[in-house]
Design a protein. Structure first.
Lengths: 595, 83
């Protein structure tokens, strides 16, 4: 280990451990200081690529600090988001929420810098467990159950990943976390991929995402929307680039997410479905696997974390003020929350890939990579979804929250107001970066894993293509908007199987199993217990009369014999006693010698 | 200021709608002048306003699929998992 390497995750962990001890006026500066130091450390490492933190542990060489072009861009955006997220949640008094969030960030950074599967797995599980607390800390009804579902699903994913890399180690003796063999995949290749895909919410392993993110604390969901899925995208880009199956799954993800987002009535569930859709672009980019596609994946992950964070922050501001998260209980909020509206619009137009905003310069790289690799079906379907994204996030979301008819109660409208300064500051930083990335492309493009590739998003053809799609999608929305109004429903998804399965198991436990247990208990009482009592009584009688009788009889017999002998032999004359004793001893001696 | 601007536009909804149509027409007309020689497929080069049609078609299809899919029993009552 070189002296210049101090793991950024360690700063977050030390900060998280010390945080409960820091109180009063020092709390807020400390909350800013730790993520800021982590970001500075990440930036410092970006200028010093290399392999650090190599530790020998038993038979294995563990690598904690692989700093290269792919890990740098992901670590940078994660550390940046940690700063923004912590500022957003600075008003939260409960220090344990910050502790959980920081451990979560540490887990993400640890995974990104890890060079082998053991270190990766350690931080992978740290992420899963820390983020579960961000759900549990929410006092809302249903959060505890959602947290348990989340941790169970992620534990399953972790076990599959563990199984995969242990099998790989057994087969190859190699624990290093690197690109897997595309041409010759083994069982362990698929197991590792499934484990990583679960965290990226790739269908059919995706239902945990909208379920959990809609139930987390307000500040917690801002962290969650950034770290788990994009860290998983990084791990996929690192190990699974070029696997064709990921193109198919990625495209399915984009479509699936957008359809569910259109049907959704909860603001954070809608954004959760939107994450599934957007991460689909990145997964498809990993599947395409060319240098341009990997650049697109990294760029889109970077842009996505900022605009999705911004959207979750704006949605959180609405929930924070009104206490409501359903579209059927919101609407027309522009009158009371104009600043939040502006930030939400920046986020929603960025995700819709409006020119001069971040999505425009990132999403198009992946679609271009699909076109250049002649995967036309994927390129066109991803473009269909980009129209759908504008429909969902750019039009339906602001329409239902801010512009359309107000479905708020008087009390909700009364409570609605723009959020406190720290939340506005966090949204300002994220909004500014969305505009910066979209307007000044070298900021993002120079950070990409393959910076030598030249990509120009601002061509007249690309501008014309985007504006046509956006304009006509807007027209379609204007005509058909009555079909996608807010309705107080939930949408059934694949989590039906484990939620209903869990309820079925509960029913099974409560009814047939409980009945059997009760019947068994009764049968035991009637048959087992009384027969046992009868048997015990018999043995008690037997013990008292038979065993004790024999023992007592022998004792009485010995006593009587002793008395008789003492009457005959011990008459009190010493000569007689000596005579008998010596005679007895002589008989014994002669017997011994004789025989 | 933002509130006043939105209120102002809402009061003139008809005019805003016409401006929207005008903007769409402008974008489509401009698209005819853009060089399509570097486009990826034949359709993009030959069909005028291809991406506009593509956007409208995509939007319509997605809305109709969501409507059909939700109506097929996927959208259900909110207390579905509680009872």
């Amino acid at each position: 280990m070189t002296s210049s390497f101090f793991h950024p995750a360690l700063i977050m962990i030390i900060g998280a451990i010390l945080l409960p001890l820091v109180r009063g006026p020092f709390r807020k500066p400390f909350l800013f200081l730790i993520p800021a130091l982590t970001l500075l450390n990440v930036v410092y490492l970006s200028f010093n690529p290399g392999t650090y933190g190599v530790v020998q542990f038993m038979d294995w060489q563990l690598t904690f600090g692989r700093v290269d072009s792919l890990s740098m861009v992901f670590a940078f955006i994660m550390a940046l988001m940690a700063v923004i997220g912590t500022i957003y949640g600075m008003h939260v008094e409960d220090e344990w929420q910050h502790v959980a969030a920081w451990f979560y960030v540490a887990g993400s950074l640890g995974v990104i810098y890890s060079g082998d599967y053991l270190v990766l797995f350690l931080f992978w599980e740290m992420m899963a467990f820390a983020s579960t607390f961000l759900i549990w800390f929410n006092q809302e009804e249903g959060s505890t159950a959602a947290g348990f579902r989340y941790i169970l699903v992620h534990t399953f994913g972790g076990v599959v990943l563990l199984l995969g890399f242990v099998l790989r180690y057994q087969a190859t003796g190699d624990l290093s976390f690197s690109q897997m063999d595309v041409d010759n995949p083994q069982l362990y290749t698929w197991l590792i991929m499934i484990g990583l895909m679960l965290n990226a919410a790739v269908p059919p392993l995706h239902s945990w995402l909208p379920d959990a993110y809609s139930k987390a604390t307000i500040a917690g969901s801002v962290f969650m929307c950034a770290f788990t899925t994009k860290t998983a995208v990084y791990t996929l880009a690192r190990s699974c680039a070029g696997f064709d199956v990921l193109i198919v799954l990625g495209v399915i993800m984009t479509i699936y997410g957008i359809i569910y987002a259109l049907m959704e009535n909860d603001v954070r569930r809608l954004l959760g479905w939107e994450i599934v859709s957007q991460v689909g672009y990145m997964v498809a980019g990993v599947g395409i696997g060319t240098a341009l596609a990997i650049n697109g994946t990294a760029a889109h992950a970077f842009a996505h974390i900022l605009y999705k964070g911004l959207l979750f922050m704006a949605a959180g501001a609405v929930i924070h003020a009104t206490g409501k998260s359903k579209f059927t209980e919101l609407g027309g909020l522009y009158k009371k929350m104009p600043v939040t509206l502006i930030f939400l619009l920046i986020g929603s137009l960025s995700v819709s890939a409006f020119p001069f905003l971040s999505g425009f310069v990132s999403k198009s790289i992946i679609i271009s990579a699909a076109f250049e690799s002649h995967i036309l079906w994927a390129a066109f379907l991803l473009t269909v979804v980009s129209a759908g994204t504008f429909l969902v996030a750019g039009l339906r979301l602001p329409w239902l929250l801010f512009f359309g008819e107000s479905r708020c109660s008087e009390e909700t409208m009364e409570k609605a107001c723009d959020p406190p300064w720290n939340m506005q500051l966090a949204m300002t930083i994220a909004g500014f970066l969305c505009i910066l990335i979209g307007s000044y492309t070298p900021f993002l493009y120079n950070m990409l894993p393959n910076p030598e590739l030249v990509y120009h998003p601002y061509t007249s053809y690309h501008l014309s293509e985007t504006l046509q799609i956006l304009a006509l999608t807007g027209l379609g929305f204007f005509w058909l908007r009555k079909y996608i109004q807010a309705r107080d429903t939930i949408s059934l998804d694949l989590d039906w199987f484990y939620r209903k399965g869990g309820q079925g198991f509960l029913w099974l436990s409560k009814n047939p199993l409980q009945w059997f247990d009760t019947a068994w208990g009764k049968a035991y009482r009637v048959v087992g217990l009384s027969s046992l009592m009868t048997t015990s009584k018999f043995w008690s009688w037997f013990d008292w009369h038979a065993i004790d009788g024999i023992v007592d009889g022998i004792a009485r017999c010995v006593l009587a014999m002793g008395r008789r002998i003492s009457l005959v032999l011990q008459r009190g004359q010493i000569q007689q006693t000596i005579y008998y004793t010596l005679s007895f001893a002589a008989v014994l001696l002669i017997s011994y010698v004789w025989f | 200021m933002i509130i006043n601007l939105i209120n102002y536009l809402r009061d003139r909804w008809q005019t805003v709608t016409y401006c929207g149509y005008g903007l769409i027409a402008l974008i489509l007309v401009w698209s005819l002048t853009v060089d399509t020689s570097h486009a990826h497929t034949w359709a993009e080069m030959k069909i005028p306003g291809f991406w506009g049609l593509f956007g409208l078609g995509s939007c319509t299809v997605i809305i109709l699929i969501a409507k059909w899919f939700g109506g097929s029993g996927i959208q259900t009552r909110e207390d579905y998992y509680d009872k």
